[in-house]
Design a binder for this molecule. Sequence first.
Ligand code: PAF
Length: 276
Amino acid sequence: MTEVVHTPEALQQALAATRESASQGPVSLVPTMGALHEGHLTLVREARKLGNPVVVSIFVNPLQFAPGEDLDAYPRTLEEDVAKLEAEDVAAVFAPTPETMYPHGPRTTVHPGPLGSVLEGKTRPTHFAGVLTVVAKLFNLTGATDAFFGEKDYQQLVLIRQMVDDLHLPVRIHGCPIVRDADGLALSSRNRYLSAAERATALAIPRALATGSLAKARQLLDATEGLHLDYLVTTAPDLSELPVGYTGPARMLVAAKVGTTRLLDNAPIEVEAPTN
Ligand code: PAF
């Protein structure tokens, strides 16, 4: 039976029944903003494999939205989400209110450092401070020993690993591969904003990534009417710049707007030596 709780105290009580002892023993956390899809459920299934009690948090975190972004429009589907999680047999769903999470407003926050100002951070300068702050709070509130994040928000994942490392947080971070629809589009709660025509346009993104080549990907995306490219880059897996002449594993990342929807996607690629 999955318990749905809304306060830290109720969460502690719910967990006490499932942990090895009242306040100890491993806990796996899957942080989400709800509107759950197969991508989230895959994270939950990965978390369950560890055998620890699994907590799924559902919280649309105001701190990671800038004024004018889709905070109010962001889908809130708690009942449907809980039904999906019941079927996955999670120990508890933690669904706090903004007042519970930020009783003093955003006061002490986590600064993401320089990596928070590039790529997504250029367009959304306050976004990653909001993400890292809520993730750190969720780690503390749940006592998580393991936490699961999708590679879809790749910069977020790298920054969370960096925070755990820099702040010595005792949490193991598990990154899970992107889950895609049959047509190739990466699953995202924001895909529901796309019309059928916009979705068809958006498919250029996974097709571009599948070329594995920055030049070919750029050509394809530039030629796609209705798609407005924000960035397309190849970086090292830790998002640092590729040294000149580099060969080996890398990451290609793309952000583009289709209609009013901003879409992110990325893929691992292999940079090969040029053939003469
Ligand atoms: O990826 C998300 O859904 C959110 O950024 C997260 C990690 C749950 C923090 O609000």
